[in-house]
Ligand binder design. Structure first.
Ligand SMILES: CC(C)(COP(=O)(O)OP(=O)(O)OC[C@H]1O[C@@H](n2cnc3c(N)ncnc32)[C@H](O)[C@@H]1OP(=O)(O)O)[C@@H](O)C(=O)NCCC(=O)NCCS
Length: 176
């Protein structure tokens, strides 16, 4: 299957939201509102158009990934990072490596844009494939209750998180 990954365009917004909705439709952990989250995030300062990517097969969007700005804050400092959320692949195209391509491309782009790190709340067996480790290893905590092994971080630059312990602050769009 020939898959292209490219930046999402304004014309894609409706289609992308439909893909996100369908991807999460049967997920037990989901509130089935991830497509609304994507829509809200696009209207915030935390949105980075270059880090909203779509996967295309036969001129059709079949997947999407979004990385948005977050901050990691402690008593002494605030540092910028990225949240990987959400990532979506149409059910009929899942487990064919498309999620992997989207994640790899998004991480590559984030590095090119000089971001230092990425945080994800996700399945602890999926994200380590991309180098993610428990965020608690760096003393990084979520602003809500999460299973420790599901809250993960990735350094895009060596030792980027070494002195970055703190609590993650997400865009307010995540809590609306
Ligand atoms: C998660 C998701 C984006 C992965 O995309 P994908 O194209 O199916 O993934 P890939 O083909 O690259 O990888 C597939 C592998 O990931 C595993 N996998 C997929 N979703 C997983 C999940 N939620 N938890 C753990 N493993 C998962 C599959 O079992 C498969 O493993 P295998 O290769 O050993 O068979 C896609 O399954 C999806 O859209 N799921 C619904 C939405 C969702 O849960 N998003 C992630 C939370 S933000």
């Amino acid at each position: 299957m020939n898959i292209t990954i490219r930046q999402e365009q304004i014309n894609d917004y409706k289609t992308t939201e439909d893909i996100v909705k369908k991807a999460f439709a049967n997920m037990k952990f989901s509130d089935q509102k991830e497509h609304e989250l994507v829509s809200r995030l696009r209207n915030t300062n935390e949105f980075i158009p270059k880090l909203s990517l779509v996967a295309i097969s036969n001129d059709t969007i079949i997947g999407h990934i979004l990385l948005t700005k977050i901050q990691i804050t402690n008593d002494k400092q605030t540092s910028e990072s990225l949240a990987l959320a959400p990532v979506s692949v149409l059910p009929e195209f899942q487990s064919k490596g498309i999620g992997k391509k989207l994640i790899q491309e998004a991480l590559k782009k984030a590095k090119e844009l000089h971001f230092n790190s990425v945080i994800v709340l996700g399945h602890p067996t999926y994200y380590p494939k991309f180098g993610f480790k428990k965020a608690s290893l760096w003393g990084i905590k979520a602003p809500f209750e999460v299973p420790e092994e599901s809250f993960m971080a990735l350094e895009l630059k060596e030792n980027a998180l070494t002195s970055n312990s703190g609590v993650v602050e997400y865009s307010s769009a995540f809590f609306e």
